[in-house]
Design a protein around this ligand. Structure first.
Ligand SMILES: C[S@@+](CC[C@H](N)C(=O)[O-])C[C@H]1O[C@@H](n2cnc3c(N)ncnc32)[C@H](O)[C@@H]1O
Length: 359
């Protein structure tokens, strides 16, 4: 996000930062300006980003001077929201970096990654580095420093992965001695430490104080105590369930980051029968064509007293028409805004992004 964009929102006495570019399935990073334009005329002070992911939209709301509550079911995304949304002031200094990057001879380190992920995602030396750094981050006392360090670690891990995902044990894509017509090999082979330090710098530049008591939550949206949240606007960006084609299964794609964020209990959650040592699966109605509509409408109706904004795509279940009709039944005035946008992760398909508002 550029400083210019931020300046649009800075009628307030705070200086917003620069939100780093990230790669995440379904991220709305490139759409934040458009979303802000669509919502700019609405009257709201407090906003819940119910499926916050990378926090890119939550950050945009924070830059607009709103009180932001960012929620995501996955713990690693919760850490991201703590770093950039809840955290208004804490940054990383040299002493913190030295603590995280140095082996402490008095500490007995575990080897979860080098023991269980040998040859799956990273080279052996890299697995050892990850085991040490992850545990050092967990040992940091300040929750916001921890969260920033985690974000830098997650970004480093994603940068060094083919397709930026953990859905396959495809380290060989990186190591195979083949002529490549496309190339991220230099990025994959760049040492973890270099990636990590670059991301720490970016994170420090992103942190700012909008003088509001922003909050990160780590909950399944269906378990949130609605009265507690009490937001004027609720923004929904749920996993997209297309009528045809493959679903985005967040736990399949990002289980490794979830493991880093839950290092001590990771071993109890690994499906040792899976080739890529994914996490044991729990079924979610949000990733199931049969149950999605029921869950979607149950979730929206729980926020009937709030204004509602939904990021969506054409060809989803439920359909845009069904969502519009449901919001109208709830007594909302509905608008459907369209934008043309190419997803970075699937360059061939041109899809139309939609923002549905019900006020
Ligand atoms: C489309 S992504 C959100 C992307 C986000 N707006 C961004 O710009 O990065 C959907 C998110 O929903 C989260 N999620 C999936 N099921 C959930 C649930 N039941 N409750 C809360 N979050 C959930 C996933 O972890 C994922 O991060």
């Amino acid at each position: 996000m550029s400083l210019d964009l931020m300046d649009l929102f800075s009628g307030e006495p705070f200086q917003s930062g620069i939100f780093p570019k990230t790669r995440y399935q379904g991220s709305k990073y490139k759409l934040t300006k458009w979303i802000a334009d669509c919502l700019g005329h609405l009257d709201f002070e407090t906003v819940l980003d119910a499926f916050s992911g990378t926090s890119s939209v939550a950050y945009m709301f924070k830059a607009m001077g709103k009180t932001v509550i960012a929620n995501d079911k996955m713990h690693f995304n919760y850490q991201i929201a703590k770093a950039f949304i809840e955290n208004n002031a804490i940054t990383i200094n040299e002493e913190d970096i030295n603590f995280v990057l140095r082996k402490d001879p008095s500490y007995l380190y575990k080897n979860i990654i080098s023991d269980h992920f040998e040859g799956i995602y990273y080279l052996h030396d890299e697995d050892i580095w990850l085991d040490m750094v992850t545990q050092n981050i967990h040992r940091m006392h300040n929750e916001y420093k921890r969260a920033i360090m985690f974000w830098a670690l997650f970004q480093s891990c994603l940068s060094k992965r083919p397709y930026n995902l953990f859905h396959r044990n495809n380290l060989n894509v990186r190591t195979a001695d083949v002529k490549r017509s496309f190339g991220n090999k230099a990025t994959w082979d760049k040492p973890f430490e270099q990636h990590f330090l670059k991301f720490i710098k970016e994170a420090n530049l992103a942190i700012f104080d909008n003088k509001k008591p922003n909050k990160a939550i780590n909950s399944d949206i269906s378990h949130i105590a609605y009265d507690e949240v009490n937001a004027d606007l609720v923004y929904f960006d749920p996993p997209y369930v297309p009528v045809k084609g493959s679903l985005t299964m967040y736990m399949d794609f990002y289980h490794f980051l979830e493991g880093l964020a839950n290092y001590d209990s990771w071993e109890t959650k690994i499906d040792f029968n899976s080739k890529n040592k994914a996490m044991l699966k729990t079924k979610s109605p949000w990733e199931d064509r049969k149950f999605i509509s029921q869950e979607f409408f149950k979730c929206i109706s729980a926020f009937k007293n709030s204004k509602i904004a939904i990021s969506y795509r054409e060809d989803g279940i439920p359909s845009i028409d069904e969502i519009t009709a449901f919001l109208q039944l709830m007594g909302k005035r509905v608008e459907v805004n369209y934008v043309n946008y190419k997803y970075a992760l699937s360059k061939k398909t041109k899809v139309r992004e939609v923002l549905i508002t019900g006020v």
